[in-house]
Write a protein that binds this ligand. Structure first.
Ligand SMILES: [Zn+2]
Length: 483
């Protein structure tokens, strides 16, 4: 989970699919400082599935260590990645300065993981490629992005190349798969080519999201909180989740159940991202297209209060009337929402509504797990507020939706590898996939593990020797199962 990155190589050529930052437990985040297990100077290219930091956040470090591009992504991803990486570099610079000033770091001279200059360098390498069009990664190696529905610009990517035996094979990388039938973005679309191998995310492989009506659930929480004179604080990922929350809040406004003047979007990045969503008309689903440009446009700049400056944000501390504050970050590990939590977690009238994945080791995870106190800025804060977690607003497909996405593939993959998930969901998803008629048992990946080689000929060895590939080999010993 987090730190998504897969190295592909063909002889002298190599490319990464994603270059993500590790986030969560300190031990995990320490990995961000490790040298890359390959030479960044020799790396030929990067393919990005989407803009989230756990898929892009190490790109500036890759560039600082000698990688010189190109980085292929969708057009919308390029715009989002620019915002995300510059913001990440800025935060790291501030944290390093703060650590140096206060002396809380173990290092005598704390440095950021990378600088804004490193981020700017890699942004110049971004090369947008439209959805559904083929691009050339290297001579003879093609790729194509397909809509994944997880975030504006988010893609699954197909990579097709000739194996050592001259046969063309496709590897498919799901990226993060979004949800079906939720507002704003188009639904996930399956890859066009039947993959020989599939790398599939497994974030919610052990969970089926409750089919709660997100707007109804939010309304109930807001009504209950407002009735006791409290604030509703929604820690929201600036990318994607914020826009979906605004959509649902906007529906409540239309039903005259919420006063838009009581809603504050308190995150400069979320404001910028909302404007990008608003402009990306080709990616809007029917629900949003029907509202856009009308009086009920949920993403319109005038729909809700926007706090761009820190003064506007701080002014919310003095507010005594009930309000809904939507602020980053989604796991409450940083950003302005931390200040709102510091100010209001101890107040029984407050409700804090988490709406997305909460990684282990984050403040958000501690709160949804029922922590009685959490540390904020180095001091313990008692948790008296009501803590809620709405899974229905997740950006990730649940187990059934991942299976639905798999079934829509044009063919059953020869091998499946599960990544991007903690152990329990990966195991549960592996069991669910292998229970599907004719599907192989997925293999669970480990960090740093070499997983397979294109052109590997399974016919060369007996099924008995072939523990790793036993399902394909045992089932059809004469069939070519090369990857
Ligand atoms: Zn993501």
């Amino acid at each position: 989970m987090t730190g998504s990155s897969t190295l592909l190589s063909w002889g002298e050529n190599s490319a990464l699919v994603d270059c993500g930052l590790f986030q969560g437990e300190e031990e995990l985040e320490q990995r961000n400082w490790n040298p890359f297990p390959f030479s960044p100077q020799k790396l030929g290219a990067v393919l990005l599935t989407h803009a989230h930091l756990d898929h892009t956040g190490l790109l500036p470090r890759l560039a600082a260590q000698g990688f010189s591009g190109p980085v292929y992504c969708t057009k919308a991803s390029r715009a989002l990645v620019s915002l995300v990486l510059q913001d990440a570099a800025q935060i790291q610079a501030e944290e390093a300065r703060y650590a140096a000033k206060t002396g809380y770091s173990r290092h005598p001279d704390p440095r950021p993981l990378y600088t804004p200059e490193d981020a700017r360098r890699v942004l110049k390498m971004l090369r947008p490629v439209p959805f559904d069009e083929e691009g050339e990664l290297f001579p003879g190696v093609r790729f194509r992005f397909r809509r994944a529905g997880h975030l504006l610009g988010a893609a699954s990517v197909e990579v097709t190349a000739k194996g050592a035996d001259g046969e063309r094979r496709t590897w498919c990388f799901s990226g993060d798969v979004g949800r079906y039938g939720v507002p704003i973005l188009k639904d996930p679309e399956p890859p066009l080519a039947a993959p020989h191998a599939l790398l599939l995310e497994s974030t919610y492989g052990d969970r089926v999201h409750a089919r709660e009506d997100a707007a109804a659930a939010l309304e109930k929480i807001i009504a209950g909180t407002f009735a006791r004179g409290g604030m509703v604080i929604i820690p929201a990922f600036a990318l994607g989740r914020t826009q979906e929350v605004l959509y649902h809040l906007s529906a409540l406004v239309d039903q005259k159940r919420l006063d838009p003047r009581a809603v504050f979007l308190d995150s400069p990045m979320a404001i910028d991202v909302t404007d990008l969503y608003e402009r990306a008309e080709t990616e809007h689903d029917e629900d949003l297209a029907a509202l856009a440009d009308g009086p009920s446009d949920p993403l319109d700049p005038g729909r809700f209060n926007r706090c761009r400056t820190s003064e506007q944000s701080k002014a919310l501390n003095a507010r005594t009337e009930p309000a809904v504050i939507v602020a980053s970050s989604g796991m409450a590990n940083g950003g302005r929402v931390v200040h709102h939590l510091l100010h209001r977690l101890g107040d029984r009238r407050t409700a804090v509504v988490f709406i997305g994945y909460q990684a282990s080791g984050t403040r958000g995870r501690a709160l949804v797990d029922g922590a009685e106190t959490v540390a904020i800025h180095g001091r313990p804060v008692d948790v008296r507020a009501e803590i809620r977690w709405l899974h229905g607003l997740s950006a990730h497909a649940d187990r059934d939706e991942l299976l639905r996405w798999c079934r829509a593939l044009p063919g059953i993959p020869g091998r499946i590898f599960l990544n991007h998930g903690e152990d329990p969901p990966r195991k549960a998803l592996a069991a669910a996939i292998s229970a599907m008629d004719g599907w192989p048992r997925p293999e669970v990946l480990r960090i740093g593990k070499v997983i397979a080689s294109m052109g590997l000929d399974h016919d060369a060895h007996s099924p008995a020797d072939c523990q790793e590939h036993r399902f394909r080999c045992a089932g059809s010993p004469r069939r070519r199962t090369s990857l």
